[in-house]
Design a protein around this ligand. Structure first.
Ligand code: FES
Length: 80
């Protein structure tokens, strides 16, 4: 099972966190929320807002290809 390392974030996860045994197929958004890292998710994960976007520093190749909708939305996301 995948291991996910969350780097420290001043507001969301000041100490950082390592999540062992992340379920395969679970979204990063759901994984973070399930582990008490309360990232924004304004549209309740319906792929309409990008407030849940994260930056993947390592392991990008292990992710599924983004859908066309995701690519279009990421063009509008702040901070990327
Ligand atoms: S909560 Fe993820 S796109 Fe809106």
């Amino acid at each position: 099972m995948p291991k996910v390392t969350v780097l420290p974030h001043a507001e969301l996860c000041p100490e950082g966190k390592t999540i062992e045994n992340a379920p395969e197929g679970q979204t990063i958004c759901d994984l973070l929320l399930d582990n008490d890292i309360e990232i924004d998710h304004a549209c309740e994960k319906s792929c309409a807002c990008t407030t849940c976007h994260v930056i993947v520093r390592k392991g990008f190749d292990s992710l599924e290809e983004p859908s066309e909708i995701e690519e279009d939305l990421l063009d509008q996301a702040w901070g990327l």
